[in-house]
Design a protein around this ligand. Structure first.
Ligand SMILES: NC(=O)c1ccc[n+]([C@@H]2O[C@H](COP(=O)([O-])OP(=O)(O)OC[C@H]3O[C@@H](n4cnc5c(N)ncnc54)[C@H](OP(=O)(O)O)[C@@H]3O)[C@@H](O)[C@H]2O)c1
Length: 266
């Protein structure tokens, strides 16, 4: 697997992946097959996306060796230890895999310390290669790390030019935790694709607004998982390795911060 970042337990994770949120399940298998075909090696799904089975089928049919693909899924609505054990087994079954590369708690709700304890045990039993969190902001992250035995490997949070999560990023870095961005293209909100700074830099580097926005995160060692149902956009989103934004331009992009979620979640 090329172009990876190393997690705090030595596992290597691709730095660019393919997200499958809101892809209708009828086309998910085809989209994931296209993504794998053109070089994606990380697929990000979740129990609540309702498409784990389709992701699993695309992986099987791709004939890629199991260790060439990195699969993330997320636990939804767990109520405690026993529930979580069953929930992990049902994801393994849906994905038709012997192990999951990265399992995240989808949100810091319910008794997340108990849920995480079950994840730690599944990790120690070899069902999961790495465990982590999603939507854990500073307070949740601090509470979890004060009460766990396995420090999360990854925290996946809303991160894009309009919500950059600088304080959280620093905290994660200090703790050796990888920052992963969800909605790296802001899901197109807030005029992302017509943003004047992105368009100016895109023109300069002969790239697109999407590529500049993704490169901005990539240069900060933030893992990105853009979603597209169009193969040419999937290609575009992967093609960000042959240019570099300079410090002044990064500062211009820092100034686009809005300090709040565009989605009203966390
Ligand atoms: N942990 C969480 O709570 C959470 C929450 C949200 C998302 N996620 C994860 O993060 C992934 C990405 O986030 P997201 O899907 O919300 O949003 P996103 O990747 O920021 O943006 C996706 C949107 O941008 C369009 N798009 C993609 N590439 C483009 C390009 N090069 N040019 C123009 N338009 C483009 C897509 O349309 P087309 O499909 O029509 O191309 C789609 O409408 C999800 O799929 C999911 O895996 C996690």
């Amino acid at each position: 697997m090329e172009n990876t970042i190393t997690l705090n337990n030595g596992v290597k994770m691709p730095r660019i992946g393919y997200g499958v949120y809101q892809i209708p399940s009828i086309i998910t298998e085809k989209c994931v097959a296209d993504a794998l075909n053109i070089g994606y090696r990380l697929v990000d799904t979740a129990q609540c996306y309702g498409n784990e089975k389709q992701v699993g089928r695309a992986i099987k049919k791709s004939q890629l060796a199991r260790d060439e693909v990195f699969i993330t899924t997320k636990l939804w609505g767990g109520r405690g230890y026993r529930d979580t054990v069953d929930s992990i087994d049902s994801s393994l079954k849906n994905l038709d895999l012997d192990y999951i590369d990265l399992l995240l708690i989808h949100e810091p709700t319910g008794d997340y310390l108990e849920i995480y304890r079950a994840m730690e045990d599944a990790y120690k039993a070899g069902k999961l290669r790495a465990i982590g969190t999603a939507n854990f902001l500073e307070e949740h992250f601090k509470r979890l790390t004060a009460n766990c035995t396995v420090i999360p490997a990854v925290d996946q949070v809303e991160t894009h030019i309009f919500r950059q999560q600088k304080n959280l990023h620093r905290l994660l870095e200090e703790n050796g935790v990888i920052h992963e961005s969800w909605s790296p293209l802001a899901c197109g909100r807030n005029g992302f694709f017509t943003n004047s700074v992105l368009l100016r830099l895109a023109k300069k580097y002969r790239k697109t607004a999407a590529q500049v926005g993704l490169r901005f995160l990539y240069q900060q060692d933030i893992v990105i998982i853009p979603k597209s149902t169009h193969i040419e956009r999937m290609r575009e989103n992967l093609d960000i390795l042959n240019f570099e934004i300079n410090e002044n331009e990064i500062n211009e992009l820092y100034a686009l911060e809005q300090g709040k979620s565009l989605f009203g979640w966390w």
